[in-house]
Design a protein around this ligand. Structure first.
Ligand SMILES: [Zn+2]
Length: 424
């Protein structure tokens, strides 16, 4: 039986109940949520999802890293599957909705199909990717990158958490080594498309008073660490002209990243952003000249040329500062990604799903990275956004209206029905 898309409806109460239940796992001060990748809390989150999937009667498959797939068969079980999902890990003291809404929304959509006995042509798999957030290891979209065959051994060598635990060691304890990274890749022939529902994490939808965003492309970051090494000396006895202050050099870079990014964001219509988000100083005491300053640079754009230009200018500036201030520098690459366009046919289909229900939508790029940008490398991928209150995310203040959550999930379901039944 194939019903028209408008006929299958989600269970709003169940959706909001399960979203709430997941957000209690790892809850902390002021309602913040912390489920760092491979932490006990994050594992509990994943365990709870497996429980919900089994309860819903989905066939659960877990791959070596812990990506979870809950499958609902289609009328043609051999047809490639429509994958729908997001992630359950969070940043440190993050919010309730980032990632979680996409996973639980996908689960609710598939539960509604099963409950209302709607058999689609293609199988549908709810997916939860491991380690989308980079806040623990500085490495983002880990699980989806493995599924897309996009993890390379060399990328992993600089990835470690604040306690010094190396990502590579965790992976090898799971049986994932440099030699078998490629075997984690999902056969693209087994996937028809990937869909992801996510909070916007920015202010555009709220400002434009639109409940839905249809995403056209995902900005990708270039990230690197810069280490300035000068000379730690006594702050009382070292004359100003004899100092090699690593922090003052680093501070010049912080200002330069902002200045260069602003200059290009204006030229490229707001499409480049640059941030220094972390800094470590040694020795870090009041009476010593900083001998070492290490900082992280994150530059993103939805156009590769604009991003690369800013990266080149920032790196030239680093060398200029080092020469002038007589400090040594090291630039350690973390990740180099290219901006990813999403599938045009899916953008069109998602717009049609909104129009069919008379929902106002905004066609927009995503400034944040998502699992969809990895999945787009092996299958047609599409994304829906719902508004974030005041554009806030990665914070306990992150909030999305329950009405928008339900609307986004319903549209996700409508689009799953069409993608699974139609030729795309
Ligand atoms: Zn996310």
């Amino acid at each position: 039986m194939v019903l028209p898309t408008t006929a299958v409806t989600i269970n709003k109460r169940r959706l909001l109940r399960d979203l709430n239940a997941v957000s209690r796992i790892g809850i902390g001060d002021h309602g913040s949520v912390t489920r760092l990748v491979f932490s006990i809390k994050e594992l509990r989150g994943r365990q709870f999802l497996i429980h919900l999937m089994r309860q819903a009667g989905l066939q659960v498959h877990i791959d070596r890293i812990g990506n979870i797939f809950g499958r609902l068969d289609g009328s043609n079980p051999k047809a490639p599957a429509v994958l729908v999902g997001s992630h359950l890990d969070t940043v440190l003291h993050g919010g309730k909705f980032d990632g979680t809404m996409g996973v639980i929304g996908a689960l609710e959509a598939v539960r509604a199909l099963k409950e209302q006995k709607v058999m689609l042509r293609s199988p549908v798999e709810v997916v939860c990717f491991v380690g989308e957030e980079s806040s623990r290891f500085g490495y983002s979209t880990l699980g989806s990158s493995l599924v897309a065959g996009e993890v390379h051994g060399a990328d992993l060598s600089n990835a470690a958490d604040a306690q010094g635990t190396r990502l590579e060691d965790i992976l090898s304890s799971l049986g994932i080594y440099r030699s078998n990274l490629r075997s984690m890749r999902r056969d693209p022939a087994s996937v028809k498309a990937y869909l992801e529902l996510h909070i916007e994490q920015g202010p555009i939808l709220e400002a434009k008073k639109k409940p839905i965003g249809v995403v056209t492309s995902i900005a990708a970051p270039t990230r690197f660490r810069v280490v300035f090494t000068g000379q730690a000396d006594h702050s009382g006895t070292t004359p100003m002209e004899m100092r090699k202050d690593a922090l003052v050099a680093a501070s010049e870079l912080v200002v330069a990243v902002e200045k260069i990014s602003r200059r290009y964001s204006r030229m490229e219509k707001g499409r480049v952003v640059g941030t220094v988000g972390a800094m470590k100083i040694e020795p870090g005491v009041i009476n010593a000249i900083p001998g070492k300053a290490e900082l992280s640079v994150d530059i993103r754009s939805i156009t590769a040329s604009a991003k690369n230009r800013v990266v080149r200018l920032v790196q030239a500036k680093i060398r200029e500062i080092a020469r002038r201030r007589h400090v040594r520098i090291e630039i350690l690459p973390i990740r180099e990604e290219n901006p990813v366009p999403l599938d045009k046919r899916l953008v069109h289909l998602l717009k049609e799903c909104c129009e069919a229900k008379g929902i106002a939508y905004e066609v927009m790029p995503s400034g944040a990275g998502h699992d969809a940008m990895q999945m787009a490398k092996i299958t047609p991928s599409g994304m829906l956004f719902i508004p974030s209150r005041r554009g806030i995310s990665h914070s306990p203040l992150e909030w999305s209206d329950p009405e928008d959550i339900c609307l986004g999930t319903q549209l996700l379901l409508d689009s799953i029905v069409r993608v699974a039944n139609e030729k795309i």
